[in-house]
Design a protein around this ligand. Structure first.
Ligand code: DP6
Length: 419
C-alpha cells in the first residue's frame, strides 16, 4: 500500500436489476448456505425502472466496514452480509491504480475496510424483491473493486449467500438458478438462458397492491413450509423438474401460450404450498384474486393466453403481456377496475415506461373515469378505487453494469462517506 497516501479512497459503482421468478424458488435444503429444494427460472426486469445502485469503496482511513441503505446506516453484522464479504475478500487479487498511484496486494484486502452505499430506484417497502437486486449489486461491485476475477455464475453463487433470489440478478434476460447437488453449494448457481433481446416483445406491468397486512418474510415463510408441507415435497420432486424443462423450451421458442400457462400455474402452486403450511401463510389478498380472475377470464375468452400473472411473497401482481398491444389493453382494464383515489396524480400512479398510457389512450384522470367496462367484469358499477397504490410498466432488461459517471456515485470520492 502506498505509504504517503493514507488518505486515498478507491471506489466502484454498479447498477444491478431485480428479477421476477416465473418458476418459483420456495424452500431450502440448507439454511446457512442458502441451497434450494428446486431449480427456478426468472425474468430480469429493466434496471431503468427497477434497480439497485451500489457504490463500494476502500481506504486505509476506514476503521470498520460500514453500509448505508437509501441514506440510512445499517448494520453489517448479519450472517448473510458477512458471508458475502468473506467470500469476495477471499477471492480478491492485486489492484494497481496507476493514475492514483495506489497498489493493493491480495494480502492487504484482509485488513482493509470497506464503505458501501446502496440505493433502490423503487420503494423498498413495496415488496418488490429489493434484496435480490441489493445483494447482487453488493457482490458485483465488491468483485470489481477487489479485482476478483470470477465469472458471473461464480459471483451468483456468492450473491446466493445474501439472498437466494439474488443469484438470478447477475444476468439480464431469462435466468435459471440451478439448485446443484454439492453439499457445499459450489454448483448452486445461476446461468443465463437467453438475453433480454431474445424476447423483447414482452411488456411487464406490476400492480403494487395496497396492503396493511404485515407479511411473513420469505425466509421464515419457506422455513415453515419445509418443516410442515407435504405438498412442497411433491412440488420439488415431481412437479418443478418437468416444469423447468417445459419453461426452458417455451422461452427458447418464444411460445407465449406455454410460457403463460406455466408461469400462472407455478405461481398458483407456490401459493397453494403456502396455504399447505402450518400455520398457513396468505400472501395474496382480495385485490390479487381479482386480478387473477380478470386475467383468467380474458385469456379464456381470447382462446389463447394474452397475459401471464405471477405473485411473490406479497399481494403485488406481476403481469406479463405478450406484446405492446395487449399491454395497452391490459392497462385499460386495470385502470378501469382499480382507478386511483380522486386526489391522485396520474404521473405518480403509473410509473416506469409511461408511454404505455398513450398507447392505452388514457392520458388524463378524466380518461380513466370514462373507460369502457371490461367484459370480464361481473358488476361494472363496482370499481375498486385505491386498491392498487400504483402501477409500474417495464420490460425484460439487462444484467449488472459498472457506472463510470461520477455524478451517480453514492459516496464522496474524497471521504468515502455518503454524499
Ligand atoms: C417468492 O430470495 O427472498 O420471491 O433466500 O431466504 O433470502 P431468501 O429468500 P428470497 O425468496 C424469494 C422467494 C420468491 C420466489 C422467487 O423469487 O423465486
Amino acid at each position: 500500500m502506498a505509504e504517503e497516501s493514507q488518505k486515498w479512497v478507491l471506489m466502484v459503482t454498479a447498477q444491478t436489476p431485480t428479477n421476477i421468478a416465473v418458476i418459483k424458488y420456495w424452500g431450502k435444503r440448507d439454511e446457512t448456505l442458502i441451497l434450494p429444494v428446486n431449480d427456478s427460472i426468472s425474468v430480469t426486469l429493466d434496471p431503468e425502472h427497477l434497480c439497485t445502485t451500489t457504490t463500494v469503496s476502500v481506504s486505509p482511513a476506514f476503521d470498520q466496514d460500514r453500509m448505508w441503505l437509501n441514506g440510512k446506516e445499517i448494520s453489517l453484522s448479519g450472517g448473510r452480509f458477512q458471508s458475502c464479504l468473506r467470500e469476495i475478500r477471499s477471492r480478491a487479487t492485486d489492484v494497481h491504480d496507476k493514475e492514483k498511484g495506489i497498489k493493493i496486494t491480495k494480502k492487504d484486502w484482509e485488513k482493509l475496510n470497506v464503505h458501501i452505499a446502496s440505493y433502490n430506484n423503487f420503494p423498498t417497502a413495496a415488496g418488490l424483491a429489493s434484496s435480490a437486486a441489493g445483494f447482487a449489486c453488493l457482490v458485483f461491485a465488491l468483485a470489481k473493486l477487489m479485482n476478483a476475477n470470477e465469472d458471473h455464475s461464480q459471483l451468483s453463487a456468492i450473491a446466493r449467500r445474501g439472498s437466494g433470489s439474488a443469484c438470478r440478478s447477475l444476468y439480464g434476460g431469462f435466468v435459471k438458478w440451478i439448485m446443484g447437488k454439492d453439499e457445499k453449494g459450489t454448483d448452486s448457481l445461476a446461468v443465463q438462458l437467453a438475453d433480454e433481446k431474445h424476447w423483447d416483445e414482452l411488456v411487464i406491468v406490476i400492480a403494487v397492491v395496497s396492503s396493511q397486512q404485515k407479511e411473513t418474510s420469505s425466509t421464515t415463510g419457506m422455513r415453515d413450509t419445509v418443516e410442515t408441507s407435504l405438498l412442497l415435497q411433491h412440488r420439488a420432486k415431481e412437479v418443478v423438474p418437468k416444469r423447468i424443462l417445459k419453461m426452458e423450451e417455451a422461452i427458447k421458442n418464444r411460445d407465449f401460450a406455454s410460457f403463460a400457462q406455466l408461469a400462472c400455474t407455478d405461481s398458483n402452486q407456490f401459493h397453494a404450498v403456502c396455504l399447505d403450511t402450518c400455520p398457513p401463510i396468505f400472501y395474496m389478498n382480495d385485490t390479487s384474486h381479482r386480478i387473477i380472475s380478470l386475467v383468467e377470464k380474458w385469456n379464456c375468452a381470447a382462446g389463447t393466453p394474452q397475459v401471464a400473472y405471477t405473485f411473490d411473497a406479497g399481494p403485488n401482481a406481476v403481469l406479463i403481456a405478450r406484446n405492446r398491444e395487449t399491454a395497452a389493453l391490459l392497462v385499460q382494464k386495470l385502470l378501469f377496475c382499480f382507478p386511483p383515489k380522486s386526489d391522485a396524480d396520474l404521473n405518480s400512479f403509473v410509473l416506469g415506461d409511461k408511454s404505455i398510457l398513450k398507447d392505452a389512450g388514457v392520458e388524463s384522470l378524466e380518461a380513466i373515469e370514462s373507460l369502457p367496462a371490461p367484459p370480464e367484469i361481473k358488476d361494472p358499477s363496482q370499481r375498486h378505487r385505491g386498491d392498487v397504490s400504483y402501477f409500474i410498466c417495464t420490460r425484460p432488461g439487462r444484467g449488472p453494469v459498472v457506472l463510470s459517471d461520477e455524478s451517480q456515485f453514492l459516496l464522496n470520492p474524497e471521504t468515502g462517506l455518503p454524499k
